[in-house]
Design a protein around this ligand. Structure first.
Ligand code: PBG
Length: 325
């Protein structure tokens, strides 16, 4: 039945009508908040390209986690800036590493907050790549051994979920096997299954001090034109034992999120990455866009595309805004 019987504007007339007919609602339950932990005491360094995002020492991270918990945000994802870097990223899988110490401290003080740890070597290697370098490229199978060690040591420290973000082939299976052998068969794997070689990670690399010293990550991260390949990555990760799969970045890849949601019956996470955050912050600072409305619109689009979990630097701000909406 068409116009004039059907008038779609009837249900748009006022705010309450729009509220009861809204198909998608982002909520605090959707969010994971990323945090960067660094050595020292009392440290709180703002990231140049990410206003309101900080590198924090463990004492400050714990205080931040209390705030996040009070806001009702279900969990955090933790990235570490180590004391020392070396060619094999050994602080990444040392039981005394920055992440391991931070995780056990947070667990002590905010036990219910979900702690997800990023399992990747790029923050810990002196060359800034995500694995072991052999002949100027990252060696897949040697890297798997170290990733498995890292996932086990994060779990020992008290991590609730481990999230491999290296894009090596076979890492989910390797990590699942190692976790199970060490008595961690209840620790889920959130796999960064579809991680594109994206320019949107620029500000994160400043935050995590993980810019590659040579070359780029294109020999292991996915090529942006590819969508079929993304489905193959997800299918393989599910087969290898992933519990949650992630698509990253979010905004330039909403089509991939939608396709994944339609094809697979597994929780889908999307990472609203650093560059997506910085663009909005920059536009708002220039006075060119309305930050608060854009935050809610963008997060809604990621959920509408099919994401069940949204990792976002806007999590705290969004919770504040949602109570007003
Ligand atoms: C580590 C990692 C990266 C991000 C998350 N985990 C950076 C990269 O691959 O270079 C990016 C997150 C963001 O941009 O917010 N491998």
């Amino acid at each position: 039945m068409g116009y004039p019987i059907t008038r779609l504007r009837r249900l748009r007339k006022n705010e309450r009508l729009r509220r009861i007919t809204a198909e998608t609602k982002v909520s605090v339950d959707d969010f994971i908040y990323p945090l960067f932990v660094c050595p020292g005491k009392g440290v709180k360094n703002e990231i140049n390209a990410m206003p309101d995002v900080f590198q924090m020492s463990i004492d400050n991270i714990v205080e931040e986690c209390k705030i996040v918990y009070e806001l009702g945000i279900p969990g955090i994802i933790l990235f570490g800036i180590p004391e020392k870097k070396d060619s094999l990223g050994s602080e990444g899988y040392s039981d005394k590493g920055i992440i391991q110490r931070a995780v056990s401290q947070i667990k002590k003080e905010v036990p219910e907050l979900i702690i997800i740890t990023d399992v990747c070597l790029c923050e810990y290697t002196d060359h800034g790549h995500c694995g072991v370098i052999v002949n100027n490229d990252v060696d897949n199978d040697q890297t798997l051994e170290l990733l498995a060690k890292m996932a086990v040591s994060h779990s020992k420290a008290g991590a609730d979920i481990v999230a491999p973000s290296d894009m090596m082939d076979g890492r989910v299976k390797k990590i699942r096997t190692a976790l199970d052998e060490c008595g961690f068969n209840q620790i889920p794997i959130l796999s960064y299954s579809v991680k594109y070689a994206s320019a949107f990670y620029g500000p994160f690399r400043e935050a995590a001090e993980s810019v590659p010293k040579f070359g780029d990550r294109k020999s292991y991260q996915m090529d942006p034109p590819n969508s079929d390949e993304a489905m193959r990555e997800i299918a393989l990760d599910i087969e290898e034992g992933a519990d949650i799969v992630m698509i990253k970045p979010a905004l330039a890849y909403l089509d991939i999120i939608r396709r994944a949601k339609e094809k697979f019956n597994i929780p889908i996470a999307a990472y609203n990455v650093s560059g997506e955050y910085s663009m909005i912050k920059a536009g708002a600072r220039m006075g060119w866009i309305d930050e608060n409305n854009i935050i809610i619109e963008v997060l809604t689009s990621i959920k509408r595309a099919g994401a069940d979990i949204i990792i976002t630097y806007f999590a705290k701000k969004a919770v504040e805004l949602l109570t007003k909406f």
